[in-house]
Design a protein around this ligand. Structure first.
Ligand SMILES: *[C@@H]1O[C@H](CO)[C@@H](O)[C@H](O)[C@H]1NC(C)=O
Ligand SMILES: *[C@@H]1O[C@H](CO)[C@@H](O)[C@H](O)[C@H]1NC(C)=O
Ligand SMILES: *[C@@H]1O[C@H](CO)[C@@H](O)[C@H](O)[C@H]1NC(C)=O
Length: 314
């Protein structure tokens, strides 16, 4: 019998994580996800179209309150752990998926008292390892929720039951399948730069995998790889520009699975299909993002709810 009880770990409340950001943090994030010089609604805080980019809260789990570099290894070892889960090897954790639901527009400056309220909502074990799904609610000092995030981390090689196990009490909506034999309604190409990872890390994820090529080589990636959440942001920019008329406020939900690494400098192509009506007057889309040259998917199972831009209806 294992001393760990996966079923009991589901529902476990993790520590609240105190978080904060300012306008400069939002602008640094925008360039980390590839914003170009004319994307004033994201990069120019003085323009009247400007608004905080809606997927920004995905960085807060790493950034916390810090206005300086965060020690990644220390970050991985801190915080409350459930006695029902083993300690996982930090070098063998990969991000499975990420979803963010925007409940209220973010302020440009957080001010004090904001936190992520976190709990484990799902655990699965199979032959390859253990997947932990967690939920984080971003709330202000009065406890008012602004965003709800779901994320999965895959702990490769981890083992507790030695068999198939699955328990889930909450989770994000799943993408509808890519419509068969139907061309995408939108295709958006973009270019990451060789410096993409050294910019994206300034938002809080200082994992050395994204700056030191020897670490990526040892891990079998052949060098530095881009943060999955940077590619995630590239895809969010693509969806907002193509469907939401470039208005950051148009996006209400955004999620995707991380299916393969991207290298800084790779060209990305996001294909998007409208698949029906989403909640509150939004359009639901399914999307995938691939490496243009190799054709290999880096983001799969993409889902977004976005308010469609209509001419003359501003
Ligand atoms: C275990 O689950 C992961 C994530 O769903 C999946 O990618 C992997 O193929 C599974 N492995 C096995 C052996 O079923
Ligand atoms: C676990 O699930 C996989 C895929 O569904 C299956 O092939 C395998 O036999 C299962 N293993 C056990 C121990 O039940
Ligand atoms: C993406 O495609 C380019 C061009 O073929 C290639 O050099 C690069 O290694 C690919 N990226 C990944 C992560 O496979």
């Amino acid at each position: 019998m294992s001393k760990f009880d996966l079923a009991k770990a589901v529902g476990f409340q993790l520590n609240d994580k105190e978080v904060s950001w300012n306008q400069r943090d939002l602008l640094i994030y925008a360039v980390g996800i590839g914003a170009k010089k004319d994307e004033f609604s994201i990069v120019n805080e003085l323009d009247k179209s400007w608004a905080p980019f809606p997927t920004y809260p995905v960085v807060l789990m790493f950034k916390g309150l810090s206005q300086d570099v965060v020690d990644f290894r220390q970050l991985m070892s801190e915080g409350k752990r459930t006695p029902d889960l083993p300690k996982f090897d930090p070098n063998r954790i990969v991000h499975g998926y990420q979803t963010i639901e925007i409940l209220k527009p973010l302020p440009a400056v957080s001010g004090p008292g904001w936190k992520l309220q976190r709990r484990i909502v799902g655990i699965s074990e199979n032959k390859s390892g253990i997947i932990i799904e967690d939920e984080s609610v971003l709330a202000d000092g009065n406890g008012i929720p602004y965003a709800k995030l779901y994320s999965a981390s895959f702990n490769l090689g981890a083992k507790v039951t030695g068999s198939n196990f699955t328990k889930r009490v909450a989770g994000p909506p799943q993408a509808k399948p890519v419509p068969k034999d139907q061309k995408p309604d939108w295709v958006i190409s973009d270019q990451t730069t060789p410096e993409q990872a050294i910019i994206y890390r300034l938002s809080g994820d200082y994992n050395m995998l994204h700056i030191d090529p020897s670490i990526g080589k040892a891990a079998g990636f052949g060098g530095v790889i881009l943060h999955g959440l940077s590619s995630f942001g590239f895809a969010a920019r693509a969806v907002i520009s193509a469907i939401g008329g470039g208005d950051p406020r148009s996006l209400k939900l955004f999620g995707a699975r991380f299916t393969s690494p991207v290298k800084p400098g790779d060209a990305l192509e996001t294909s998007v299909w409208a698949v029906g009506a989403g909640p509150d007057g939004t359009t639901e889309v399914t999307f995938v993002t691939k490496n243009v040259t190799t054709g290999k998917l880096c983001l799969g199972g993409g889902i977004a709810y976005v308010k469609k831009f209509e001419k003359g209806k501003l």
